[in-house]
Design a protein around this ligand. Structure first.
Ligand SMILES: *[C@@H]1O[C@H](CO)[C@@H](O)[C@H](O)[C@H]1NC(C)=O
Ligand SMILES: *[C@@H]1O[C@H](CO)[C@@H](O)[C@H](O)[C@H]1NC(C)=O
Length: 413
């Protein structure tokens, strides 16, 4: 069943013990984010609400630059801080291919790990928390297709990329990666990732889908197994799924309504987030990609759908699952035929307004993260969703206001 238990980090017990023993200890600059019931909390027990951004590219950019320090990672954090943002979602993997962290199963490039160390260290220095997915559903940075390729090359009888969720060898590769990253000792800070409060949460996989079993059962079983494994390695950090939020066979009435164009992606929002070791729910929202093409894609319909989608999932998170919710991604694409800056600003305002209204009800929606932030000079990474804040002052101002509003709301909790 969904957890009613608070997930107090181990470290809190440890600190209490040390205090009793009269030992001397130092408090880290940044405190762990944890949760109690359906709220995210800071170490001191106050409500944690935030405004955040996605920057999947940091591990790549830090590794591709002459040195991590010379990369645009620091600039990105500075520009984000100016908009009041305080949480960054960025990838803790790059599997196979160019500048890979994991070059082949269990074989890691130390220079790329140092690049990731720098990302974590720089987040800490600039006062950010990180949400870090551990693998990708998609091929970008390797993903589960790369794991399946590795297994095939090792002689495993695998047919499709959906074998990622069931093949024992692949599941072991994944667990090995989780262990490797979570026990990594950061070469900049000397702190193991699993002990570093800079990291707010891990996510098992970015946007999982499993067409081999559209009921969602295969994916939920995978979430169960991997969540239990991840928590066996690291009990300090919150754990999320990284899902988009599509409903599955446990709520058939909602499939039609909220999985647009009758998406049967093989995920079940409810059962996957009922897994005890999962601390918060995750949704992404892209009406421009999900609604059927044509008149249904009007600005009005997109905004209405976004509001319904977020309310429906937050109601479920609050009442059914009793866990906090995080909006892992939202954005709109400059390549859409009707794109304009005004339309983007309207959409961002509407998303922030919805997040704020939901958070106001019971502080159970932690915040949202737009997809995606770039500093200047990274056009080659842009998928059409990129925003360079200093070049887009109108949307930056909308973000700043929402950041301030969320902080003020948390202060009134
Ligand atoms: C590989 O798996 C398929 C599907 O599960 C099965 O039909 C086939 O017999 C297997 N082949 C081998 C060599 O084990
Ligand atoms: C969410 O819950 C509120 C309060 O119970 C209700 O008014 C609203 O209709 C619900 N929204 C959705 C989309 O489920």
């Amino acid at each position: 069943m969904a957890g009613h238990m608070s997930v107090l980090p181990y470290r809190c017990y440890l600190l209490a013990l040390l205090a009793i023993a009269g030992a001397v200890f130092t408090t880290p600059a940044t405190a762990f984010v944890w949760r109690k019931g359906n709220q995210l909390l800071r170490d001191d027990g106050s409500v944690f609400l935030f405004n955040g951004f996605n920057a999947y590219w940091m591990i790549v950019e830090a590794a591709a630059s002459p040195s991590p320090e010379a990369s645009r990672v620091s600039t990105a954090f500075r520009e984000a801080a100016a908009a009041g943002l305080s949480v960054c979602r960025t990838m803790a993997f790059n599997d196979g291919g160019e500048l890979a962290l994991q070059q082949s199963p269990g074989v890691y490039n130390e220079n790329v790990f140092k690049a990731l160390d720098f990302v974590v260290s720089e987040a800490k220095n600039q006062g950010f928390h990180l949400i870090m997915p551990l693998v990708n559903n998609w091929n970008a940075l390797g993903g589960r297709a790369q794991y399946v390729k590795w297994a095939r090359a090792a002689g495993e009888n695998v047919s499709t990329d959906d074998d990622f969720y069931t093949n024992p060898t692949i599941k072991q590769y994944y667990k090995n990666h989780v262990l490797k990253v979570l026990t990594r000792v950061n070469t900049y800070t000397n702190v193991a990732y699993r002990d570093d409060p800079t990291i707010m949460a891990w996510q098992l996989i970015n946007e999982p889908r499993c067409f081999a079993d559209i009921s969602g059962r295969t994916l939920t079983a995978w979430v169960q197994e991997m969540a239990a494994y991840t928590k066996s390695v690291d009990k300090n950090h919150l754990l999320g799924t990284g899902m988009e939020g599509f409903y599955g066979s446990s709520t058939p009435d909602k499939i039609q309504r909220y999985n647009p164009v009758a998406y049967q992606a093989g995920t079940d929002f409810i059962t996957a987030h009922q897994v005890n070791e999962i601390d918060f729910t995750s949704v992404h929202i892209y009406p421009d990609k999900w609604l059927p093409q044509g008149p249904q894609q009007s600005e009005e319909n997109q905004i209405a759908f976004m509001r319904q989608y977020l309310w429906s999932h937050s109601n479920d998170s609050m009442k059914v699952l009793q866990k906090p919710m995080v909006v892992g991604e939202f954005g709109n694409n400059r390549m859409n035929p009707d794109f304009s800056e005004q339309l983007r600003n309207n959409y961002y305002s509407a998303v922030y307004d919805t997040i704020y209204r939901i958070a106001s009800v019971s502080y159970s929606l932690g915040g949202g993260m737009f997809w995606q932030l770039f500093p200047e000079g990274m056009e080659n990474y842009d998928d059409g969703f990129g925003i360079v804040l200093p070049q887009n002052p109108s949307v930056a101002a909308i973000m700043k206001k929402h950041s301030d509003d969320m902080r003020a709301l948390a202060g009134r909790a």
